[in-house]
Each structure stands twice: as structure tokens, then as C-alpha cells.
Design a protein around this ligand. Structure first.
Ligand SMILES: [Zn+2]
Length: 70
């Protein structure tokens, strides 16, 4: 199961692609990855902990990929 959390940057910019993507894998490792800053987090077994991290990160992350970088 995949869940996406809109980041702060996404709200400000109206860019729905700036999300923290959480992949829930029952009885396995859950992975969260921020599309804004690239931050990653893995949690084994505890879905609630993984969700908490993803939500908390999304609420505070204002980062966006620097598309104008050379
Ligand atoms: Zn981030």
C-alpha cells in the first residue's frame, strides 16, 4: 500500500508532486521518501511510526528539487 503526504512546499506552491511517499509493507520494512528534499526513513513493522514520520516530515518540509541547477 502506498500513501502520499503533501508537503508544506506542495501547499505553498500548489505542486501536488511534492509529497512524502510512504510504502507500507505488512510484516516488513516500511519506507518513506520525500520527493522534495530526498530524505528517507525506514521503519520495521511499526506502521504507525512510519506514518508519523511521514506526516511530521511532510508538515515541515519546504524543500523542492532545484530544477534550475546546472
Ligand atoms: Zn523533505
Amino acid at each position: 500500500m502506498n500513501v502520499r503526504y503533501l508537503t508544506r512546499a506542495a501547499e505553498i506552491l500548489g505542486d501536488r508532486e511534492l509529497t512524502v511517499d510512504l510504502t507500507i509493507r505488512p510484516n516488513d520494512q516500511h519506507h518513506a521518501e520525500c520527493r522534495g528534499c530526498g530524505d528517507r526513513h525506514s521503519v520495521y513493522l511499526y506502521t504507525a511510526v512510519a506514518r508519523e514520520w511521514a506526516q511530521a516530515h511532510a508538515e515541515t518540509c519546504r524543500a523542492m528539487p532545484a530544477t534550475d541547477a546546472v
